[in-house]
Each structure stands twice: as structure tokens, then as C-alpha cells.
Design a protein around this ligand. Sequence first.
Ligand code: GLU
Length: 545
Amino acid sequence: MLVPSVIDALFPADLPEPGHWEERYPPRGLPEGAQVTRLGPSPTGFVHIGGIYVAMINRDISRRSGGPYLVRIEDTDQSREVEGAVAQFAGAFDYFGVPADEDDRNGDYGPYLQSARQPIYLSYVRDLLRRDLAYLCFATSEELAEARRRQEEAKVPTGYYGEWAIWRDAEPTAVQAKLDEGAPYVVRFRSPGTTGARASFTDAIRGRLEHEDNRNDVVLLKSSAHPLPLPTYHLAHAVDDHLMRVTLVVRGEEWISSVPLHLQLFEALGFTPPTYAHIAPLMKKIPGGKRKLSKRKDPESSVTFYVQAGYPAEAVLFYLRGLANGRLAELPLPQALEEPIRLAEFGVAGPLVDLVKLEDISADHIATLSGEQILAAVRAWAAEHDPELVPVLDAERELALAALAVEREGVDNPRKDLRKWSDFRTAYGFFFRQLFVPVPVGDPQFGGMAPDLVRAFAEDFAAGYRHDAADWFDQIRALAAKHGFASSPKEYKKDPDAYPGSIREASQLIRLALTGSTRSPDLFAVANTLGAAEVVRRARVLAAS
Ligand code: GLU
């Protein structure tokens, strides 16, 4: 064992003792049963939709229990850090209505950025070294690779343990010699685990679990060669969750195998472990099975995907709640957002993220909103993602509301043509003069109808236009007859060569003139919203094309 003065010389002289941090971050004095939860996103890329999922779960559980939910940025892997990621996190959590109750803006248990907590970790590392529960390891990456090769050859488990842990019981003189040379080192945990031992623990979702115990002397503090040696996830998890007085750790199931190590660490550090709940990852259906939603392969794994497309946050949240607890998917949205999420109701199989289902949910939700609500949401979305739309909506507010009212207000089954805010342009853009793209006579949507006929029909329609609901269809019927269209599809079918089309094609011609598409809401409702002058103008544009 190293003498205390050698250990102390490795650390800043004014480094506080653990007791200082214990006092600085006292127990929270919350009522019995209050749960303190946290999310620990790593700023190594965009926010994953799974991050919103876990944030939502944590936030729900802690708020209901009367405890805070905090966000701690886990940036100990600085080589993988992506610029701008941290700023993106807060924006994403706000968008989905799952902001932290506690972070660097308002919390007393910070800093909430691990790289800013380095002295705290060092205090505990020094303490473990002094108590001989950790030690310095000078093994080079070549030596570790060589040991691994030999372990594989000997068909024994790989890792740094037992006889393979070459610095575990090194003579203090050998350690001193390396220190004198200035050789870089890491600090390793002196694991009490032995080969073949089992550890058992309770998971709040999965119940009693048994797992191979940890025997590895894992690294706690990364290389001293780095100007700011940071802790590994394992040490940071124990120290931070203890000092932030976290009571419930909800995290991905990939951490289950680390629980035995974490329990050893909590024990060595003298901390009470939190309750663990390991959740299954979000999955994606693929031909012949399913796999984890992949950051690399699946655009829908990124929160940006939902924000850019403009899925209403409530719809996404409702969908995610249903994935967490199937019971909630069966409830109406407002109720599902109020009901508690329960750990006991999570499945152990990863739930499937199905965009088609989300779109249905979203369309159903939007159909319950008023025109005013939709317009406000579309405008807010457009300000970020379709700036050209904003001045149009502002200049044409009345028209926008009238357009949104078509087949939406005063009907039993409102239109479900908006699944996300970016659908607005496609579904309603044609109402606005500024966005309407006229379709010329030769467009394939006219189904090969002779251009001169289309022009003449449109011109006639414009010249004699009567803006009258009762008369609307009659005028098209009269025009159709005048231009030689069959009076019914049936009649047309009997002798297709005798007509340019039927009354149906004639109506479509007007629909194309007014909306630029062969699909639209009720044509008179559209005409009425556009107003007589605009109807005539659009017919003339077609006639002149
Ligand atoms: N930073 C860790 C991760 O991104 C957090 C895991 C945890 O919640 O403890 O996987």
C-alpha cells in the first residue's frame, strides 16, 4: 500500500475531503416517498427520442411523488463531444414539455455538468486510494491488448482481474519508480468480487435479478496524462447520484450487467445505492423481426425529426406514454397525459416505434383542435421551419381560419388532413394566393384532355360564374353539357370515344383550376372560402395557360 504522502502528492493540496461535499450537498429533506430522478444525457450527438421517453418517465414519477427531476449532462467522454449538443438538449426537452425541474439554472446540487465536477470526483478517488480500495495502474494499452490476447487464447474471461491485474498488488517501490519517471496512470477500483460469484439485486421493473458478480478492477479515473482526468461513467454515476441525492435511477437495460459493479462501488464509497429501474429500448420493426431504433440508421430516432416535421408535442408524448404503459394508449389523450406512469407496468420487451400509428394519433389529436389553435401551432412551427409561411399566415389570418374551418367546424367528423404542422402547406397552401401554384392546361393531372377544351371550359366558367351554393353544381353541369361531356360516368363508360369525359372530369377540371390538385375538400366550400373574385381569377389563369 502506498504511504499517504505519496497519494496526497497526486492531488491538489487544497482538495476538499468527502465530508466537505457531504455538507455542501445535504440530504434533501423531502417528504417520505418523494423520488428524486434524473436523466444523464451525453452530448455526443442529437437527442434520441429515447431520451425524451426516459425524461418523460422520470419527470412523471418524481413530480407525482413530490420530488424533483434533474438533468445532468454526462460529458466525461470529451473526445466524443459534439458541439451544440447541450444547447439542443434544453430546446428538445422544452418542446416536448419535459423540462428539468432542476439544472444549472436553478439547482442547489450542481454543477449539473460532469466536467465541471472534477474536484468532487478527485476527493472520492483520493479517499478510495487512501483506504486501499483503489490503486494506480500503469499498464499501457499494448500491455492490456496483449493480456487480452492471452486471455482469449487461454479461453478465460477477458478483463483486468486476479492474476491479470498486474498493478493490483504492485510493490510501492515499483509504483514510485513509475511515478518518478512521470509515467501516466489510471486509478482502478480494487474489486472485492471473485470469479464465479453471483450478485443479486432488485429492479423496480424486473423484480429480483441475479447476475454474475463483478470481479474486474475497472477504471475509475481516466489517464493522468489528460490535463483534466475525468471519471468513468461508473464512478461518476455513484458519486453524482449519491451527492445529488437521487433515489431512483431509471436507465437503459444495457446497464443491468453493471449493477453488481455499481453496488460494490456504493459499498466501497459508503453510499446507499438508489433504486434501479432498467427499461427496455425503443425498437423498430424490420422485415422478419425488430431491432433497436438506431441513431445511425433511423431518422425517426432523432428528436429533430419530430420537431422539424412538426408533430404536436402532446401527440408524441401521448404516444410515448402508451409505449411505456400500454394502459395509457387506451385512454383519450387528455386523460392519458394526466394518468401516472407506473414502473410495474413496463414490459421487458422493447416497445415498437411505429410512425404510421403516431401519425394516426397525431391526426386524431389535431382534429380535436380549433382553427385558432391549429393556426397558432402552425405559425409557431413555421417561424422555425418554414419562415416563408409566416408573413402569409399573418397577412391572411381570416382566410387561414376560413380555410381551416372547411369540413372541420360544425361537422361530426372533422377532416384529418393534418398529421403534423408541415402538412399545412400541402393541405391548405392552395387557399393562399401567395402560395397557390396554378396547374397549366398540359399538366398530366388533366388526364390528357385537349388543352383547347380545357381553356375554353375555364374561360366559359369564369365568364358566367355565379357564386351561389344552390346553383354551384348546376352551372358546372350546364357547362359540361355545352362542352360535350357525358352527363354521368355511366353514360361516358358506355361510349368513351364520344366524349372528352363525364361530368366528373368536368368537375375535376374546375377543381384543378381552383386548387391545383385533383383532391381537395368540398369544391363549393373551397370556392366560398376563396371568394368569387379569386375563383374567377384562377379560372382565367388556367384559360390563359
Ligand atoms: N450517460 C449515460 C448514457 O447516456 C446515462 C446512463 C444513466 O442514466 O445512468 O447512457
